[in-house]
Design a protein around this ligand. Structure first.
Ligand code: FAD
Length: 399
């Protein structure tokens, strides 16, 4: 009898961890596990803002997939998924087709533009190694142009749309990087504008007030301007137009204002909310007993707060553990477990040696929070590849 085929789509937190867990849970004679990913490397999405600002080289953020999974136990296919044919148990890739008995969808997210005119065409987004390399190069080149092209202010104006987690972490890195760029290109620091624009009444909506205040004070002191309660109406080649009609001319616009599930999920005909599937408690796709969804493509409800959990790496990683065990249970006729996120805390970096966060009930600020952020990053590397992975890719200097 042929072995059941398990197909994992996406090699981010949810996908690579599902592959690692299935590799551990199943013997190689039990199933044929295949992982499909666009690139031959896994990247840590949670570090991309550093690469985008140019404060960390992208090679620190990515890990070759053959350094993580045992290629004798998991087939790796480097290709791009173009269509999921759910009723035929087939997946179409750019260069081939694959069939499956069990499917794990972990394709991450797409930017949510909320219908803002011109945003998709004119703003960068922080979503992959390729996209952040472009942002870093673009900012560098804009600064290089400044003294060659009539010192136009817009060349050294950076607009960041969205002051949620990603936006705040990114402007924190820019606050560190911009002084270096100014020295390199002979530009007075006070000429550079970094404007973080948020439609909600506060930055970091949903965060503890004291932490938010610390973040704002810290970032304003380091030259970040905040515009809250200020929706962006339009984005064009000159900059952004705000809902109040004001225009901000900027050569660099980076959108961090929200994500939705990968468009392929919706296009496959699954029912979604902002591209995310409201999964069953055991992380299966409603109506499809053999399809699991992990990470940003999955929507799970925080029953206490009666609203969806924000999509995070923390949840994607935990889901992969449950999916590994549940696929094994399904194959062996066992009982599937319910997924219950164990939210250990949230820490947002504000740049080098600065962060804010909450771990358990404890609020953390400054250097302590920053060290905690590195511990969280290193812990993930440990789960992925043990101590050798932490030594190779970890952030070992905590303070
Ligand atoms: P991803 O990690 O995005 O992985 C998706 C994978 O699918 C990628 O490898 C991609 O290349 C691949 N893929 C996509 N489309 C295709 C295709 N068509 N074919 C083949 N492969 C494809 N969360 C936290 O918990 N803590 C944090 O501190 C935190 N910080 C963040 C900072 C930033 C700057 C950003 C952008 C996000 C942050 N998040 C954080 C959120 C977190 O990164 C996401 O929730 C997490 O990455 C989701 O994991 P995932 O596996 O669903 O998707």
């Amino acid at each position: 009898m042929s072995k059941p085929k398990i197909l994992i789509l996406g090699g981010g937190y949810g996908g690579i961890m599902s592959a690692v867990r299935l590799q551990k849970e199943l013997g190689s004679d039990e199933a044929e596990v295949t992982l499909v990913n666009k690139h031959n490397y896994h990247y840590q999405t949670t570090w991309l803002h550093e690469n985008a600002a140019g404060t960390l080289h992208h090679d620190k953020t990515r890990i070759m997939i053959d350094n993580i999974i045992d290629m004798n136990k998991v087939n790796f296919v480097q290709d791009t998924v173009v269509e999921i044919k759910k009723d035929e148990k087939r997946v179409i890739l750019e260069n081939q087709e694959l069939t499956y008995d069990y499917l794990v969808i972990a394709l991450g997210s797409d930017p949510e533009t909320f219908g803002i005119q011109g945003l998709k065409e004119n703003a960068f987004s922080i979503r992959s190694i390729n996209s952040v390399r472009k942002i870093r190069e673009h900012i560098d080149y804009s600064f290089a142009r400044y003294n060659n092209e009539g010192q136009k202010d817009e060349l050294i104006t950076i607009v960041v749309g969205g002051a949620g987690f990603t936006g705040i972490e990114f402007v924190g890195e820019l606050a560190d990087r911009v002084p270096e760029l100014c020295r390199e290109y002979d530009i007075p620091r006070e000429k550079v504008r970094i404007v973080n624009i948020e439609a909600a009444p506060t930055v970091l909506p949903g965060f503890d007030e004291e932490l938010v205040e610390y973040a704002i004070n810290n970032l304003e002191r380091r030259g970040i301007e905040f515009l809250v309660n200020t929706p962006i109406k339009e984005c064009n080649t000159d900059g952004v137009v705000l809902a109040n009609g004001e225009e901000i001319k900027a050569n660099t616009i980076v959108w961090t204002g929200g994500v939705r599930g990968n468009h392929l999920v919706e296009e496959a005909g699954f029912e979604t909310m902002r591209g995310r599937v409201k999964v069953d408690k055991d992380l299966r796709m409603p109506g499809f007993d053999y399809i699991f969804v992990a990470g940003d493509c999955a929507l799970i409800i925080d029953e206490e707060a009666n609203r969806p959990y924000p999509p995070t790496a923390q949840i994607a990683i935990q889901q992969a553990y449950t999916i590994g065990r549940n696929i094994k249970a399904l194959m062996n006729g066992g009982k599937l477990e319910e997924f219950k996120p164990d939210i250990k805390g949230t820490v947002a970096s504000l740049g080098k040696g600065e962060a804010i966060g909450k771990v358990g009930n404890k609020k953390l600020f400054g250097a302590t929070a920053s060290a905690m952020k590195k511990v969280i990053d290193n812990r993930y590397l440990f789960l992925l590849g043990g101590v050798p992975m932490v030594i190779k890719k970890g952030k070992l200097k905590l303070f």
